[in-house]
Design a protein around this ligand. Structure first.
Ligand SMILES: NCC(=O)N[C@@H](Cc1c[nH]cn1)C(=O)O
Ligand SMILES: [Zn+2]
Ligand SMILES: [Zn+2]
Length: 490
């Protein structure tokens, strides 16, 4: 394809996308309306309903769709729960075209209006150019932006063969996905050239970014139990070892007020910071004040841009997420809970090893034994995801960078991400294909938070950037093949 016909095609595609904005937003509204929360067991049927909607959307594109049943999983309380199917889709089989596999997830984090949302989390609401709703940016918006970009091409001409992996358990750690990828490695993935994940967000509110690394995560449960029933604190308070008091002491032993993890040995295998890498951090544009404003907090643990980025991207962090069984509703209930479960996670970085971290967390047993408590302690790691790091010299990054420059008029930031997309490392290890993370959401989108949003601008321009990427990767792929064929002939 000549460059003039390619830019004509581009123009035609961009016009199509601009002309179909309201259809694309209508699609997102329909998806956001599904409470596909993979974290809360009683909403699992909604996740499964969401998978049907996503499969139907791909089928309407003309893709072949296979909804793969992953069976079920067991909750800590012993209850068996069905896993949502993973969708494997395929569109186009032209051997001249590169095959790009897209991954996205259509499950969401929990959301309730009472958590402090200004609008109903499951009703996509546009205010001042922002589309508010749970999943708007994480990750339903980007998944639909990709699908709509493909749709635009289908209406014109396919320059890429597409494959899709859409899952519904990402927010709960991508249960069952690794086994499926291993099983499909020689089949579904055999002819895939490139893998694109569009999840997470830019580093800034306005400047686009490409992500080349993400942290992993090890999630822990700490259960402390006394007897079989809750007790009156007037009748038993002062004469028993209370499970919640034990648990608070255990949780308090994990991290100090400076954010330093107190678990002995936890930093031992963290990759050493090279001078070259330190310099890289110095050159990254990052607005600390903007980031602070996005978070709503008054002060960060670190005062410089370099320290903040290092601690987000390439050092582990420990967060405490909640306590099951502890009375959390408004009002006063003078009870001693009999069983409480603390939840925390440790974000993993290269070269930490999940099994070593699991062993190191046994530090809690030592803390517990020093309390001489007769209560029962159980520590488990129900979930572990490894960190991911890609090579930015891969053609995928070149094509994505060109597409961003074309649509947004500037070069992207090259960033790592502090959060976890478990499939990134799985794809890399199992398929050995090139993987890119190509976010379209902005830093102030509020992933996992109240009032999550994607701006209309990012959603629509993000659709264009994906379309421009299809053209760029097809050009680059052809060029790479022509040069390698020439080298073989010579
Ligand atoms: N948008 C990616 C994301 O938010 N991923 C989750 C995945 C996860 C990690 N541990 C449990 N779930 C994240 O919290 O990073
Ligand atoms: Zn996500
Ligand atoms: Zn998420």
């Amino acid at each position: 394809m000549s460059s003039s016909s390619s830019s004509e095609l581009e123009l035609e595609i961009f016009q199509y996308i601009d002309g179909h904005q309201s259809d694309f937003i209508k699609d997102l509204k329909e998806w956001v309306a599904v409470q596909s929360d993979s974290v809360q067991p009683d909403l699992r049927k909604e996740v499964i309903r969401m998978m049907v909607l996503a499969a139907d959307r791909l089928a309407a594109l003309g893709a072949t769709v296979n909804s793969v049943n992953l069976g079920s999983h067991q909750l800590p309380n012993g209850q068996d729960l069905p896993l949502p199917p993973v969708i494997l889709g395929e569109l186009g089989k032209d051997p001249q075209n590169p095959t790009v596999c897209f991954y996205g997830h259509v499950d969401v984090q929990p959301a309730k209006k009472e958590d402090g949302w200004k609008t109903d989390p499951y009703t996509l609401t546009e205010i001042n150019g922002n589309l508010y709703g749970r999943g708007a940016t994480d990750n339903k918006g980007p998944v639909l932006a990709w699908i709509n970009a493909v749709e635009t091409f289908r209406a014109l001409k396919l320059v890429v063969n597409f494959k899709f992996v859409i899952e519904g358990m990402e927010e709960a750690g991508s249960l069952g996905l690794e086994k499926l990828l291993e099983e499909e490695n020689q089949c579904f993935f055999s002819d895939v050239d490139y893998i694109v994940i569009s999840d997470n967000v830019w580093l800034s509110n306005k400047k686009p970014a490409l992500t080349y690394g993400s942290r992993g995560n090890a999630c822990f449960l700490v259960e402390v139990e006394c007897g079989g029933k809750d007790l009156h604190s007037g009748t038993f308070g002062g004469i028993i070892h209370e499970p919640l008091t034990d648990l608070i002491a255990l949780l308090d032993s994990l991290v100090d007020p400076t954010g330093h993890i107190q678990i002995p040995g936890i930093y031992d295998s963290v990759a050493a910071l090279t001078e070259e890498e330190r310099k890289l951090y110095e050159s990254i544009e990052f607005d600390l004040e903007e980031h602070k404003k996005n978070s709503g907090v008054k002060k960060f643990l670190y005062g410089t841009k370099e320290e903040i980025l290092l601690h987000l991207w390439r050092y582990p962090s420990l967060s405490i997420h909640g306590i099951e069984g502890a009375f959390h509703e408004p009002g006063i209930k003078t009870v001693i809970p009999s069983k409480v479960i603390g939840k925390f996670s440790i974000r993993q970085v290269p070269h930490m090893d999940l099994s070593v971290v699991k062993r190191q967390v046994r530090h809690l047993e030592g803390v517990f034994s020093r309390r001489n408590s007769p209560n029962k302690l159980k520590v488990s790691m129900p979930l572990g995801a490894k960190p991911w790091l890609a090579d930015v010299n891969d053609p995928l990054y070149k094509a994505a960078r060109r597409a961003i420059k074309k649509v947004f008029g500037e070069d992207p930031d090259f960033i790592r991400d502090g959060s976890t997309v478990p499939v990134a490392r799985m794809f890399q290890t199992i398929t050995q294909k090139s993987v890119i993370m190509f976010p379209i959401g902005a830093a102030d989108d509020g992933e996992h938070s109240q009032n999550e949003k994607i701006s209309r601008h990012n959603y629509i321009e993000g659709t264009k950037v994906f379309a421009a990427f299809f053209l760029e990767i097809s050009k680059l792929h052809r060029h790479l093949h022509e040069t390698s064929n020439m080298e073989i002939k010579n």
